[in-house]
Every structure is written in structure tokens, then in C-alpha cells.
Design a protein around this ligand. Sequence first.
Ligand SMILES: Nc1ncnc2c1ncn2[C@@H]1O[C@H](COP(=O)(O)OP(=O)(O)O)[C@@H](O)[C@H]1O
Ligand SMILES: [Mg+2]
Length: 529
Amino acid sequence: MRLKLVAQFSLVTSIVLIFTSAVFFYFNISTLRKTLLETYVHKVDSLSEVILRATRHEMLNNNRERVFQVIDAVSDQSEIEHIRLINKDGFVVYSTIEVEINTHIDKIEAAGCRTCHREEKPLTHAASMDRSNVFRNPDGMKVLGISKPIYNEEICYSGSCHVHPSDLSLLGILDVAVSMDTMTSQVNDYRNNFLIQVFFLVLSLILCLAMLTRKLITQPVKTLLDHTRAVAKGEWKYVDSVPGDELGELGEAFNSMTRKLKTAREERDEWAATLETRVEVRTKKIQEMQSVLIRSEKLASLGELVAGIAHELNNPLTGIMIHAPMIAEDARLDPSLRDDCKIIIEEARRCSKIVGELLDFSRVSDIQKTRGSINEIIDRALALIEHHADFHDIEIIKEFGMNIPELFMDASQIEQVVVNMLVNASQAMPDGGSLTITTELRPGAGTVAIQLTDTGVGISDQNLEKLFDPFFTTKGHKGTGLGLSVSYGIIESHGGEIHVQSKVGEGTTFTIELPLTLTENGESKPPQT
Ligand SMILES: Nc1ncnc2c1ncn2[C@@H]1O[C@H](COP(=O)(O)OP(=O)(O)O)[C@@H](O)[C@H]1O
Ligand SMILES: [Mg+2]
């Protein structure tokens, strides 16, 4: 079982306090006992001395009755247990306990004698403490006894009335015993008071410590714990921490951690929310790149093939183109065959056109770069086709950027691209419409952009995918399907891109982007303002 922090703290403190108090209590009581005993011994020894001095004169005169009277008078005090006068042979000469008179006291066994007679040679002139002895009386009460030796003095054996020989050193013993009840109750009172004080001291200390621990540790820790649980559930709470102590610092660290966690969680959520869109965008980009790659590969291999075939077809076609009109004009020709001959001539022209475009297509990589202005190239392309019948009902709007730097490129190829686009636009607007041509510098993307927006028939999503494939056309015999693929190859060989946006029935926008790096030294030139 795990105890709460306050309980653990209080328990340990109590144990330490109680143990320390017990040791303190033990030494205190022992010292008190010792001191009190010494005082008592002194007191009783003084009393013995007083008795001896008071009876000295009567003893010298051998006036025993007077001596006993004095002893009786002194023993009236309530504390006195007994006073005995013992002669050198161990016989009780007088005692306040009458039955003891004339009895013999064993100097080894009797409590009062043992102190001096412990060793073989009895102690002489011993200090009062050495002559004292604590024992229990027949009632079981504690008693302090002191034996006061009565030494043989010159006056004792020189007197006429005396019988003491001069070679005796000790004449007898005055044995005084006092009850130790008072001392015992004093010690008990002191012990009880001490215990009560210690009890209240320990109690108040424990209470104080418990309160302090609760206020300074348990509550802040509990608050932190609640907050941690809340944060784990995703509730962003902050601690009201007061900096200064370790818990304050912990609170600060907790708040900073919560803030970071919140930011991280928000970022993660945002990522999760937008991940699908991001993946879609990336996938689309990858698909685009893939189709670009496939288209480039197709174009490259097709280019070689087409170049060979077109070259081989060119000569026989030239022959047909020369001889067919001659046959048609020949008078020998049956008139019924003249129309068939015209068809041969028409179809041969068509073949020649296809072969011409095929040769253009195969020459895409063969670029001749010179410095040129995009706006001028577009103007030249427009001048070429503007007067064509297809453009009569079409309004051409030019929105040319003025700060476009000159680019290093194959002007005739770029012009061919623009012509392709213009022709396609006009064919998409058979009933007329408008064609907006915009050029602009896009410094952010590092490109120059050409945009051609028509209000034509538009392109279906299905056709958009195949738009740049060679031979893809929706114009049947009238189209070759090579215009956009040739244009695509040209722009790609310039390091640029073509994009198309279209909506069926509304119109189409082609965007050509050429990189600004197409300058003479390979670096972009600052725009001319
Ligand atoms: N501006 C446009 N509006 C609508 N469709 C277009 C446009 N430009 C090109 N297309 C479509 O792209 C096809 C391929 O064009 P292109 O490669 O130039 O070949 P062609 O013009 O010989 O058909 C066209 O047949 C036409 O369907
Ligand atoms: Mg075309």
C-alpha cells in the first residue's frame, strides 16, 4: 500500500521526533535523578553531621539517655525512616525502630553496611556518595541510607570515664535512612510534565509540517497532476505558477511544454486535414511529370522515325506534284478521268503538307538561338495570319507587358509555335469571338509568360489528356494533329512549359512559359523598365 506524500512525511517526522525525544528524555531524567540524589545525599549527610555534633558532648560524658533523646527528636521529621547508632561490633546500640535495639547487623548483608564493607578492607574516610545506599524498606518503598562513621579521637580515650582503647580508629556508625518518596514524586512529576510537553511539541510540529507539506508540495503537485491529465486528454490548460522555488520552475516548464505540445498538435491536425489535398496535388504533379516524360520519349523516338520517312516520301511526292498537274492539263486525258486526276493532285498536296510538318517536327532539336523580343515575335506571327479569312470575325486583344527582357531563343521556332496557337484558336471559333494575347514577366517564377485566351468551343477533359500527342486531332482530314506536339517539342527544347486550361463551350487558354535564364550568358537579365 502506498501512503500519500503528507502521510509519509508525517510518519517519518513523527518517528524521528519521538525517537529523539525519547533519547533526550532518557538522558534528562537520568541527569535529574543523579542531581537530586546527590542533593539528597548531601542533605542527609549534613543531618548526620548535625546529629553527631549535637550529641558530641553527651557522648563524651557517656550520657546515653540524652543522646537517644536528641536522636528521637530528630527522627520526628516525617521523611526520616530510621536513625541507628551501631557500635564497632555491629550491635545496634540505639535505633528509632525499637525492635532493632541490641540486635546484631551483618556488615555484609545489611544494606547500610555493604557500601563500606564490599571489599575485604573496609573503606575509611569515604566520600558521602560512597557511603550512601539506596534500597527498599519492608513496605517496598525506596529509602536512602547514609552511614556516618564515628572516629576515635584523643578526647574519647583520654577521658577518665571512658573505656575506648586508643588503638581503635572507629567507634561506631550513625546510620540515617530517609524516605525517597519526595524525590521519586518530584522525578515522576518532572517526567509527566516532560512527556506532556514532548507530546504537544511533536503534535504541533507534525501538524505544522503536514500543513506546510500540503500547501507547498501536495497541492502544487496535485494541480500539476490534474493539468497533466487534462493535457493528456487534449485540454490545453496552464498552471498558475509562481516562480521562485523548484515547483514554480516545474510549473513554468510544464506551461512551456504544454505550449509546444499544443503547437505540435495543431500542426499535426492541420497536416492531417490537408494531407489528402497535398497528396492529391503531389499525385497530380507526378502524373503530369510522368506524362511529360512519356510524351518527350515518344517525341524523341517518333522524331527519328518521322525524319526518315518524311525524307524518303519527299522526293516521290515532288514527282507526283510535278507530273499530276501535267497529266491533268494533257489534252490526251480522257475528260472523265480529269476529276480523279484533281483528287490525286489534292491528296498529293495534303501529303506534301503533312510531310512538311513532319520535317518541322523532326527539326525541333535543331535550334538556332538569337536575342529577340517576345512581343515582336508575336506581332510578326499576327501579321502573317491576321488577314486570313478565318480571322475576319475574330477580335484580337493584345495585352503586352512592357518590362519583358529580351530572351536568347530560336525566334522562328517560337514564331511557329505562336502561329500554331493562333491558327488553332481561329479554328476553334468558326463563328467568330475574341482572342486575348497577354505577355508578362513573372519574376517570382523566373519566367516570361505568353497567354492566348480564346472564346472558342473549348476542349473536353478526355481530349485534354491527349492534346499534345502527335497526330491527335479532332479535325479529321483537315488536321494533322502535329501542331501542338511540334509546339510542345519547341518549348521544351527552350527549357519552357506549355499549359492548357479549357472549358467546353466557354473557351481555352494556352500558357507558354519561357525561363528567364534564356539570356546570352545563361543568366537572367534585369527587366527593362
Ligand atoms: N484553341 C483551341 N480550342 C479548342 N481546341 C483546340 C485548340 N487548340 C487545339 N485544339 C485541339 O487540339 C487538337 C490538336 O491540335 P493540333 O496539334 O494543332 O492539331 P490540328 O490542329 O492539326 O488538329 C485539335 O484537333 C483541337 O481539337
Ligand atoms: Mg493545329
